[in-house]
Design a protein around this ligand. Sequence first.
Ligand SMILES: C[S@@+](CC[C@H](N)C(=O)[O-])C[C@H]1O[C@@H](n2cnc3c(N)ncnc32)[C@H](O)[C@@H]1O
Length: 227
Amino acid sequence: MPINKLSKRLEICAGMVSKGCRIADIGTDHAYLPIFLAKNNLISGAIASDVNTGPLKTAQKNIKNNGLEKIIKTRISEGLKNIYEDEVDEIIIAGMGGNLISEILDKCNFQNKFSKKFILQPMTREYDLRLYLCNNGYFIENEKAVYCKNKVYTVMHVKYTNHKLIFSETYYYIGMILKNYNKDTKLYIEKQIRDLKNKKNGSHHMKNFSLEKKYDSIIRILESILH
Ligand SMILES: C[S@@+](CC[C@H](N)C(=O)[O-])C[C@H]1O[C@@H](n2cnc3c(N)ncnc32)[C@H](O)[C@@H]1O
């Protein structure tokens, strides 16, 4: 199958990759992302990896059909376990839950994480992922919201700094998405407000009024950001 166009979600991931670098696409599944990047001469090499053989076979088939076997290598790997740090510059972990992405980063034993760029695209639990990143020496340099197939996601460009960061609670709900304010950003903030309102109602029913107040103050801050 020729892959000429990506979903908007993967397109935003692709847009964060630096031209000419070597990437690892962790949890590649169909390998659409490295295929798109290689076909458009945007990367010098790629490792398309997956923990499961089924998706990796699909990836291999798609890579072969597009004649890209010289540029994109495939590999079975649980997270970054079988990826060697001197063979990649940028690491993409997309289409997984935020907790799984945190687990993969937590098991990363690269000696020099500082030199790598991580492009992370959680499908769920972005709050948990941002909290993990801040507590474990990672910094979100850039972040973009993306509306795709009736859902709104976020894509993060992350660097390792080895500095533990503490932000206000609101940060963990929106990260750095205000760096790129557009209609998708607005949709993302609206989604976060809806989720917070549900949590606020839940805490009200549980008579946890301090928690209710906390959620209420974050909702107010997020509402004040919307324009
Ligand atoms: C929903 S697909 C995402 C595909 C693609 N990255 C995307 O964003 O469209 C998730 C893929 O991650 C793989 N996966 C799940 N856990 C993994 C892990 N710990 N390490 C590597 N791959 C994993 C699954 O086998 C599956 O192919």
